[in-house]
Design a protein around this ligand. Sequence first.
Ligand SMILES: Nc1ncnc2c1ncn2[C@@H]1O[C@H](COP(=O)(O)OP(=O)(O)OP(=O)(O)O)[C@@H](O)[C@H]1O
Ligand SMILES: [Mg+2]
Length: 511
Amino acid sequence: MEDWRQEVLLKFSSNPQDYWTVDDAIKGTSILGGTGSGKTSGSGKAIALQFLKKGWGGLVLCAKTDEADLWWDYCKKTNREHDIIHFSKDATHDSGKHEGKTIIFNPLDYEMTREGEGAKEVFNITNIFMNLYKMGNRITNESSEGGSDNRFWDTALKRLLNKTIELIIIANEELTYKNMIAIVTSSPTESKPFSEQNMRNAIRLVYQQNFEDELLSKNYFLKCLALAYVNIEEEEQGSSLFTTYDSIYKYFTESLPGITGQTHTTIVESFMGLAEPFLSGLLEKHFSGKTTLKPEEAFTDNKIILLDFPVKEHLEAGIMAQSIFKLIFQQAVERRKTDEHPTPVFIWADEAQYFLNPYDQIFLTTARSSRAATVFLSQNLSNYMAAMGAKSNTDSQVHSFMGNLATKIFHANSDAVTNDYASNLIGSTIGFNSTRGSSRSLFSMNIQSNKSMQTTYLPQVQPMEFTLFKSGGLQNNFDVEGIVFSTGKRWSTGTNHMKVIFEQNFEDENN
Ligand SMILES: Nc1ncnc2c1ncn2[C@@H]1O[C@H](COP(=O)(O)OP(=O)(O)OP(=O)(O)O)[C@@H](O)[C@H]1O
Ligand SMILES: [Mg+2]
């Protein structure tokens, strides 16, 4: 294995078998523990400081209002302050080529202008919206997974997004949220059917460059359709652009208006629910317009991007903003050429349940080769189950998600679901139960005593043990206890797990 993978980040004992290496880190980490169990100030802090000391860049999602301060503090300690990009409400760039300008990340603009594979791909842009849609459903507690009914709405929305984006691109118009909305709201409906005569007139006006005419200025859909027609007229029949145009035409003039009543309204409303938030407030100011912050900076310049839009303050917009950035960050990391930019990057998510998206699974399975160290912190498994719409902790989704985070640290917890999961994961060991008994038959004076040994399987760690772990603070001498489990790892103790103590080290925090 290459040397850099073997670099040691943490030593859980002086025995090299108990070292936690870069290779472990890029296989993903889950930290679970109840409120105040020491996730942040114990294991979290120990790991975060190591990533920073190694000079890695990364992305920090901020669910809580004090997360960004915490990272400023970590960066001061490790001399990384100059690498911070603090992306928060009203933030501007304090250096670089965009110095003084508002920090903006517009996923549409980014996808249309970035370099590399899959740029400008309609499919990718649609998927970003579909991920947002699924996140949104989660926030409102509507299940977005499974069910033929849900699949119908998913497919219908996906088609509308696809066709809208394709039309804008072929028309050579700017792909903006506003233009997307303008297309959908001006496209034909059952009560406002498509008129071929209007289309002929629109094409004539486009040829005359007469965009002031009411027919074009008041109907953005017709304008785009006419522009697209004129743009591809030179193309050969049967070329791929031609086929695309044809399917857009049929979709907006026949299929979509053919869907009537409540169904039509629901499809259009779902679309508006995704695009409209970008026309005002936080998303308008920092997530639309010209992009001035690229996720790539985390590995091209080893920047630490603090995505400081706390959920409590910004609510749904905060979750949407951070989730979309996280998704595109993950995809950028996957495209990265590790021979040019070999340094690992990290993704840090405390209260990770807010930011889970369906892409995490895909990302986590390949994170090791893209050298991305993901750390997800949350109180309990039930948080993740709720976010995934899982019914129980035996749900395969939860298992596969947790399975993709190789290192699992369990701190003090009173959540039975999590404690059972941890105990089960660590597994059983063979134990011996001796039973001693005596019996006397009713009319006999003779007492028979017996002793028998039974082999039984006993959990190596009982679920209730997790309720008793030290959780830092003065009363625990600032010790935070946790059990570390790492898939496929045998510790120096000969077991598959290790009980460790993380010191909160508050002295060093006070100076
Ligand atoms: N700077 C500090 N000085 C003294 N005690 C602290 C300090 N920071 C945290 N603690 C205490 O240590 C314990 C663990 O706190 P920590 O914030 O690490 O828990 P957590 O698991 O991250 O909780 P949460 O789920 O609420 O984020 C708590 O009892 C907390 O009050
Ligand atoms: Mg915490």
